[in-house]
Design a protein. Structure first.
Length: 153
């Protein structure tokens, strides 16, 4: 590299054009890939949430030793897992996992959020099969526990 003479400053036009060309090539490669990643992330989040809800319903049914959800089950779309899949009266639950009979003060129905697994009237025995009470998508379930996901109600 040579030492610049007095009065020489800055970059040459060729150097500036090369930098602009390199930035243009990088932008042409990066921008389409970012758009694809954003779209794919949304689809993966939807599939993951559906899988989590389906697994939670199966776990709840297994824990409570039920093969079929009592009727009526959720036939309207909901995002509230405190109402999903079934909020019928506590009496429909029969006995808890320890064999105790549910009473009027116990939680109603089989739900995925704040589920009352023990028939003791105490709120300390609530189980969450899902992490949050609300979901991003809407869900319905049939008596066999098969979940259906919807984008909008």
């Amino acid at each position: 590299m040579r030492i610049p003479k007095k009065g020489e400053k800055g970059f040459t036009l060729i150097e500036l054009l090369i930098v602009v060309a390199i930035l243009g090539v990088l932008a042409a490669v990066v921008i389409p890939n970012v758009g694809r990643f954003i779209g794919r992330g949304g689809a993966e989040a939807k599939a993951t949430e559906f899988s989590n809800i389906q697994s939670a319903v199966q776990a709840m049914m297994t824990d409570n030793k039920i093969a079929l959800l009592p009727t009526p089950v959720t036939t309207t779309h909901t995002k509230d897992m405190n109402l999903f899949p079934d909020t019928t009266a506590a009496a429909s639950k029969g006995t808890d996992i320890l064999g105790n009979t549910y009473a009027a003060g116990d939680g109603a129905g089989f739900v995925l959020y704040q589920h009352d697994r023990i028939a003791d009237g105490a709120s300390g025995n609530l189980t969450n099969y899902v992490a949050t009470q609300t979901t991003s998508y809407w869900y319905t379930v049939d008596a066999q526990g098969t979940v259906t996901q919807y984008d909008v109600p």
